[in-house]
Design a protein around this ligand. Structure first.
Ligand code: DUR
Ligand code: ZN
Length: 132
């Protein structure tokens, strides 16, 4: 599975976004090490704080199906720059994905920014910090 195909998957996911409040559609695609793809879109709610981002939708779908080994995450939105994941998603990605995993951020203009999970959230609070 190559990056271009993963971006197509994220764009398809974006079409399903439920965004009556922000009108801001986001799509994500998460690739497992054995080649399965989980798509995610953002899903909003009239109780605004319940909104769930596309990245976390994809990750939670995979995790809840028992898939926990990931090799790439792509994210797309209609932004000027490649869409930057929010802080909450960076924290969740940081805990559930390998530190060296590729994260590919894009927009509808075809701009691409690629970074690793470690680069996405330097100094992340981690499970190792919980207990001495
Ligand atoms: O990387 C991002 C940034 C924002 N959103 C969602 C949250 C909310 O539904 C809308 C506006 O913030 O976009 C995502 O899904 N992913
Ligand atoms: Zn987010």
């Amino acid at each position: 599975m190559n990056v271009e195909q993963m971006i197509i998957e994220a764009k398809a996911a974006r079409e399903l976004a439920y965004v009556p409040y922000s009108r801001f559609q986001v799509g994500a695609a998460l690739l497992t090490k054995d080649g399965k793809i989980y798509r995610g879109c953002n899903i909003e709610n009239a109780a605004y704080s319940m909104c769930n981002c596309a990245e976390r939708t994809a990750l939670f779908k995979a995790y809840s199906e028992g898939d926990k080994d990931f090799s790439m995450l792509t994210v797309v939105a209609d932004t000027k720059r490649p869409v930057p994941p929010c802080g909450a998603c960076r924290q969740v990605i940081s805990e559930l994905c390998p530190k060296d995993m590729r994260v590919v951020l894009t927009n509808l203009n075809g701009d691409v920014q690629e970074l690793t999970v470690a680069e996405l959230l330097p100094g992340a609070f981690s499970p190792e910090d919980l207990h001495e």
